[in-house]
Ligand binder design. Structure first.
Ligand SMILES: Nc1ncnc2c1ncn2[C@@H]1O[C@H](COP(=O)(O)OP(=O)(O)OP(=O)(O)O)[C@@H](O)[C@H]1O
Ligand SMILES: [Mg+2]
Length: 296
């Protein structure tokens, strides 16, 4: 409005009729104040807009960045809770056994022997549990692992050598075919992987059965399968067997065979660290765990 007033006054008072008006000369203080006011208001709105937009964007980006950290923390908390729970159970049972023994006034040396023998078993289990927990956390840390080209035959022979006493105790034979194939990976970790698979194949099979290891070359990869003639895994349990602390509730499993449900979780971590794939197929006649590993 001010501008129009200004232009009109120019036309009426200064310029001769018919002359074109050039760019206005802002000398009217009211007009200048109004223009300043408008610029200020516009700038405030623009700044507010930028502020709100960057706030929303920041919130969105922070959420995106923090999500993996939150997942990791949740995972760690779950791990600590599960581990504490698993450690608490055998410790409580040991403590109760000692207390009962101490309360018994007529205790004999024979009672003491029985208690010590049972306690040693529990302590052995606890030792195995803490070792497995350490192994699992070590693989979870994804630290530096030395990779090299290794002969598959050496890995499988080392694993069989370690598992042989358990196989003999359970009267289970292991059949392994001779292979010249090589894999690219860490020798100790891969041996540990096949010990876990062989241990399960033996633990979850009846006596006088056979565990078979087969190796196969596919394009650029090597597939190793461990098959047993055991109890099998039910369809409902199959999706959970690689979860930490998961144990199938199987009445047919030999007494004392159950572990802590950490073996396959460790196996999966090893396979993933090697950019490999682990699969399982199972029927009531037995299970086959197949591992595909890169050759280079
Ligand atoms: N070859 C198999 N045959 C039948 N069931 C199996 C076999 N391998 C694994 N399972 C099932 O999967 C579950 C998880 O196996 P995993 O090796 O992780 O734990 P675990 O053997 O119970 O204990 P851990 O290995 O820690 O001593 C087992 O409890 C068992 O029910
Ligand atoms: Mg196991």
């Amino acid at each position: 409005m001010q501008r129009m007033r200004y232009e009109r006054s120019l036309e009426e008072n200064i310029l001769p009729k018919g002359l074109q008006i050039g760019p206005p000369i802002f000398e009217d203080p009211d007009l200048i104040r109004e223009i300043n006011q408008r610029i200020l208001t516009t700038l405030i709105f623009i700044n507010l807009g930028v502020l709100v937009f960057s706030g929303i964007l920041g919130y969105f980006l922070a959420g995106k960045t923090l999500t993996p950290i939150k997942v990791m923390l949740d995972e760690q908390n779950r791990f600590i809770t599960d581990a504490s729970h698993e450690l608490k159970t055998p410790l409580t049972s040991l403590k109760s056994a000692f207390e009962v023994y101490l309360r018994d006034t007529g205790r004999t040396k024979k009672d003491a022997d029985v208690l010590v023998r049972e306690s040693v078993d529990e302590v052995n289990k606890l030792q195995k549990l803490s070792e497995n927990l350490l192994t699992l956390s070590q693989f979870q840390n994804n630290g530096y692992i030395h990779f090299e080209t290794v002969k598959l035959k050496e890995i499988l022979q080392a694993a069989i050598h370690r598992i042989k006493p358990i196989a003999m105790k359970n009267k289970i034979s292991i059949k392994n075919n001779d292979t010249k194939l090589t894999v690219y990976g860490n020798k100790e970790n891969l041996t540990e992987l096949f010990v876990i698979l062989l241990d399960n194949a033996i633990k979850y099979s009846p006596s006088n059965t056979l565990v078979t290891i087969t190796t196969q070359k596919t394009d650029g990869k090597v597939k190793v399968s461990v098959s047993d003639q055991g109890f099998g895994i039910s369809k409902k349990d199959l999706p959970s067997i690689f979860d930490r602390f998961f144990r199938a509730d199987n009445a047919r499993v030999k007494k004392g065979a159950g572990g802590y449900g950490l073996g396959l979780a460790i196996a999966q971590k090893i396979v993933r660290n090697h950019n490999g794939i682990i699969n399982v197929a199972s029927t009531v006649k037995g299970s086959t765990f197949s591992v595909t590993l890169p050759r280079k």
